[in-house]
Ligand binder design. Structure first.
Ligand SMILES: [Zn+2]
Length: 514
């Protein structure tokens, strides 16, 4: 039976303007899903949008439309087009305003209530509408400018609101010990290490119960036993991971897909690795397999954010460099898990050195030589042993890297083949061999080795650069879709034995955007 691989992005806050920070998360999740599909795993990639809460209600009103019209518009004009632009192959898209989601949330809430984990209580707290979250004193900083003299949210730089509510609470405080045991028993549950340590430290300080309903506004899912309350937006949002795969409604699909792996930004790792597993424990569900908290994209040293004028739309990059180069750059230039700095200069330099001069040039030279010296027929001779070993090692290294979410290492392994082949051509100088009839066999071995290497790299790069990989694959005589090749046997591929042509893959860019 194939292994299960269910992987999720967070559901994106629908009011945000999609920027390269979201794109980074989407592409990484997509690369993992594509890799697993090429392994033959029973893969499912889920993404979607988070559409409830007071802030959305307020912006909809400010725009003179109903909250539903507002979120419909944003999903169709911003979020779905971004997935399409980036060539994301998600299997599903869940909206928290969909009926299937609401139904699952209600079932989950009833189950928690029956199990005794929900109670009614009073609460007064300092609430940031921007974060949709109650803040503790440590989360606030002195305001500046028009907010001088007040305490403001450290993220939004705006004053918090004091909210007093009689709400329903989830007994989160009862789960501290079980959560700590989970982190100890499954050291790879929260990754990477620094996120795991931070989450562990947070739980060790003691958990307080979580207010999970609001009755001061109504844009949300109604609490089934008290319709004067709507469900707290984070509690609602986290449940998307199970409502999308049939929780409480379609047991067969749920059994098949759950538990999954969550790829999130490290700033929301706490929600995913503290509150969410506690919710799963309370409902008697298997716990998610992994929560991976990746780093932030920094622009000029600051976290990408639309409010701080550092927000870059993916389109600004893809229009200049293309979608595959976009995907490649963010997956290779930043160690997945660490923060990474984006700069146009770095992107431009890597595009030209690694893609245009490295990969594109290799492919066009090799294809041209096979045409010139062998009439387009790939010589049927053994591949040089050193290179065959190098390819096998690279495939193995990349495949293991994917299991530890080291996407950058997987890309690096694929590109190590490209780099070695470029060196190999210089050493072997096939244009010299071609002048000497006695070296005919040697020439054939060099060309066959290059073709095999490019095909191997094409398969390994298919999850990262799907379009480019397909062109490379067709050029070296690969049959069908490169994405249908078994990625763990990439170095053993066989094709038609004839090369075709390779279109220009990475045209030179003379005027990098700025
Ligand atoms: Zn805030």
């Amino acid at each position: 039976m194939p292994e299960r691989f269910t992987v999720t992005t967070p559901i994106y806050y629908v009011n945000d303007v999609p920027h390269i920070g979201h794109a980074y998360n989407e592409v990484a999740t997509d690369v993992l899903a594509r890799w697993h599909r090429m392994r033959g795993d029973d893969t499912w990639m889920l993404t979607g949008t988070d559409e409830h809460g007071q802030k959305i209600m307020r912006t909809a009103a400010a725009n003179g439309v109903s909250p539903q019209e507002w979120t419909d518009r944003l999903v169709e004009t911003a979020w779905k087009p971004q997935l399409e632009l980036l060539n994301i192959q998600n299997d599903d898209f869940i909206r928290t305003t969909s009926e299937r989601h609401k139904a699952g949330v209600r079932i989950f809430l009833e189950r928690l209530k029956e199990a005794g984990y929900i109670y009614h209580g009073e609460f007064e707290g300092q609430y940031c509408v921007g974060c949709e979250e109650y803040k503790t004193a440590g989360d606030l900083v002195p305001g500046t400018g028009e907010y001088e003299g007040q305490l403001v949210c450290a993220i939004h730089s705006r004053p918090i609101e004091v909210v007093r509510e009689a709400n329903y609470f989830f007994k989160l405080s009862e789960f501290g010990d079980r959560l700590l045991a989970l982190y100890d028993e499954r050291p790879d549950y929260v990754q990477p290490e620094h996120v795991r340590n931070e989450v562990r430290q947070f739980v060790k300080q003691g958990l307080t119960d979580l207010s999970i309903s609001r009755n001061t506004f109504d844009w949300g899912i109604k609490v089934p036993w008290d319709e004067s309350h709507v469900v707290y937006v984070w509690f609602d949002a986290l449940l998307n991971y199970i409502t999308a795969i049939g929780y409480g409604v379609d047991d067969e699909q749920f059994e098949r897909r759950w538990p999954g792996v969550h790829i999130v930004g490290k700033d929301i790792a706490r929600f995913h690795a503290v509150i969410w597993p506690a919710m799963q424990m309370a409902a008697g569900l298997p716990i998610s397999e992994h929560v991976f908290g990746h780093g932030w994209l920094l622009v000029g040293g600051e976290k990408m954010s639309k409010s701080k004028a550092t927000g870059i739309e993916p389109k600004q990059i893809t229009e200049v460099f293309g979608v595959d180069a976009f995907r490649y750059y963010f997956m290779s230039a930043i160690a997945f898990g660490a923060d990474g700095s984006f700069s146009w200069e770095d992107l431009d330099a890597r595009y030209h050195s690694e893609l245009a001069n490295g990969l594109g040039n290799l492919a066009s030279r090799v294809i041209a030589m096979v045409h010139k010296y062998c009439d387009g027929v790939v010589p049927e001779v053994a591949v040089d042993a050193e290179l065959q070993t190098l390819m096998a090692d690279a495939v193995g290294r990349a495949d293991s890297a994917i299991d530890t979410f080291a996407i950058h290492d997987a890309v690096d392994a694929a590109m190590s083949i490209v780099e070695r082949l470029n060196g190999y051509i210089t050493e072997q100088a096939p244009w010299v061999l071609a002048k000497d009839e006695a070296q005919r066999l040697r020439l054939h071995a060099v060309l066959a080795t290059n073709v095999q290497g490019i095909g191997t790299a094409a398969i390994m790069l298919a999850p990262v650069m799907p379009e480019t990989a397909q062109k490379l694959w067709a050029a070296v005589g690969g049959e069908g879709e490169v994405s249908a090749q078994p990625i763990r046997e990439a170095h053993q591929w066989r094709g038609t034995g004839r090369v075709t042509t390779v279109p220009p893959l990475f045209p030179r860019i003379e005027q990098p955007a700025d």
